[in-house]
Design a protein around this ligand. Structure first.
Ligand code: AHR
Length: 519
């Protein structure tokens, strides 16, 4: 059996974990809103049409913030279509997803839903077809108390108190040709800057995120970030990152040409995608700091990874979706154990950048690329990826610790050496809890974990070792078999004199919880 060693110490700190790093995303796309969070007439729906079975699952995840209403959708969205009496709201063509949008759900309903989910709202604004004017009106509508045209309009719509949304995204993926109103970096940078100024004049307390690249393979990356920040650095608080990972044939460079081969360790490369994410985060931080140096600025810009997940199962099926349907099933990924392990590695990677990465949104929350699935008119269930997300969100609070890792590794054509162990630790001083999150990437057997934890405050002991594993790495949960892949608490981690020992089963996600109390 192979062994990996970790050392952690309460004084080796990466940074405070902003709870918003466990955010999620609800877009008017597919069945995320309609048939997902909102389904009037469903057996569990409340009088506002919100599915209570879904809300229960969302609350269990402890999602602190939810981005809304898009995504690509927002770049053609007129927010005024979604407020006021429902019967007067127009039905529109949503060009982003070639669907029909009834506007039955809009900003005020979403704010109500978010309250029930115990989550904040991160509102994205339309900088595709939208203007400075439409956006500053939206801020006034949402956040100004009353006594002006748009704030009084909100009051007349039955919402007397302002929403006080704090976090706002300046558009979505504006570097992408698929985006309605796609722009060059200079065009977007100037518009984002001027919009940011107007928004903060309406409400100086808000925080703003400027659009970074849609992904690091974009030809304009990272010039896009440098140019956009040149325009916006003084006026924004975050730059966004987006990235979806797929299990695809291994790419290898042969005789100068890049070819795809079915041979090779496809799963090994898939499990190593967090190394790509790590490099992406590092290079965005470097770009932010380059602009900071050029501007002689004091402020450090923070990162918002406001779309991330695994996305590849449904793409072929989605090409066959008939246009202009209402809430068709799109991007409904049946997630496997493998996908959950990648999600676990991605969460660990983000925590390792807790000093600069302050917000992140798993995309999305229900049905579309989601930890929660529903049958329209039927039940709801937890996908495999639900579990690492829930564990991180519930137990990964406080401070991220810089774990020193010494792990065996495997060779990979894309990433060279990939450690078998991916791990991070968190320390919640208030609750007197510490958690080690660990993925064993080994496909052929367990990994022994040995840890020197003498640097933790005295009195900590292992209270629980949760494990997500399955003999079939392609196993998934479905409506009929919702508990095929679920975590168990039979992990064997234990601690003696500050020395941790535990077994991480083959291909597993592990949560080793320590606390001063007994549980
Ligand atoms: O989350 C699905 C889509 O992926 C979003 O609408 C878009 O921003 C991204 O390309």
């Amino acid at each position: 059996m192979q062994t990996a060693n970790i050392t952690l110490d309460q004084n080796y700190r990466i940074g405070d974990i902003d709870p918003r790093v466990y955010g999620s995303f609800v877009e008017h796309m597919g069945r995320c809103v309609y048939g997902g969070i909102f389904e009037p007439g469903h057996a569990t729906a409340d009088n506002q049409g919100f599915r209570q079975d879904v809300l229960d699952l969302v609350r269990e995840l402890a999602v602190p913030i939810v981005r809304y209403p898009g995504g690509n959708f927002v770049s053609g969205y007129n927010w005024e279509d979604g407020v006021g009496p429902r019967e007067e709201r127009p039905t529109r063509l949503d060009l982003a997803w070639k669907s029909t949008e009834t506007n039955a759900m809009g900003t005020n309903e979403f704010a109500e839903w978010a309250k029930l989910a115990n989550a904040e709202v991160m509102l994205a604004v339309n900088l595709g077809t939208g203007s400075i004017d439409s956006v500053r009106n939206l801020v006034e509508y949402c956040n100004h108390p009353s006594g002006s045209y748009y704030s009084d309009l909100r009051v007349s719509h039955g919402v007397p108190e302002p929403h006080k949304f704090k976090t706002w995204c300046l558009g979505n993926e504006m570097d992408g040709r698929w985006q309605i109103g796609h722009k060059t970096a200079d065009e977007y940078g100037r518009l984002a800057c001027q919009t940011a100024i107007a928004m903060k004049w309406v409400d100086p307390s808000i925080e703003l995120a400027a659009c970074g690249s849609s992904h690091p393979k974009m030809p304009t990356y990272p010039e896009w970030e440098a140019t956009v920040l040149d325009h916006t650095y003084e006026y924004v608080d975050y730059i966004t990152l987006h990235r979806y990972y797929a299990k695809t044939p291994v790419r290898s460079a042969m005789q100068g040409a890049t070819t795809e081969t079915e041979s090779g360790d496809v799963l090994g490369t898939f499990l190593a995608q967090s190394l790509d994410m790590d490099e992406y985060i590092q290079s965005v931080i470097a770009t932010c700091d380059y602009v900071r140096a050029r501007k002689r600025a004091k402020k450090h810009l923070m990162l918002s990874f406001d779309e991330w997940n695994v996305w590849y199962h449904a793409q072929e099926k989605d090409k066959k979706v008939e246009p202009w349907q209402f809430a068709p099933p799109i991007a409904e990924e049946p997630y496997t154990l493998e996908d959950a392990l990648v999600v676990g590695c991605l969460l660990i990677t983000m925590l390792r950048h807790a000093d600069r990465l302050k917000m992140a949104c798993m995309a999305q929350l229900v049905n579309v690329l989601a930890p929660i699935s529903t049958a329209t008119g039927g039940g709801a269930w937890r996908q495999t990826i639900y579990y690492p997300y829930m564990h991180a969100s519930r137990f990964g609070r406080g401070t991220a610790l810089n774990v020193q890792i010494d792990s065996p590794s495997y060779a990979d054509p894309t990433f060279d050496a990939v450690p078998l162990l991916e791990a991070v630790a968190t320390l919640d001083e208030e609750r007197e809890e510490a958690t080690v999150f660990a993925v064993n990437r080994a496909q052929d057997g367990p990994l022994v974990l040995e840890g020197d934890l003498r640097g933790l405050p005295p009195g900590y002991r292992v209270i629980e070792h949760l494990v997500l594993e399955h003999p079939d790495s392609m196993a998934k949960n479905t409506l009929d078999a919702p508990n095929t892949v679920t975590p168990h608490a039979n992990g064997d981690a234990h601690m003696e004199d500050g020395r941790l020992t535990g077994t991480l089963p083959r291909l597993s996600w592990n949560v080793i919880r320590l606390a001063k109390r007994s549980e």
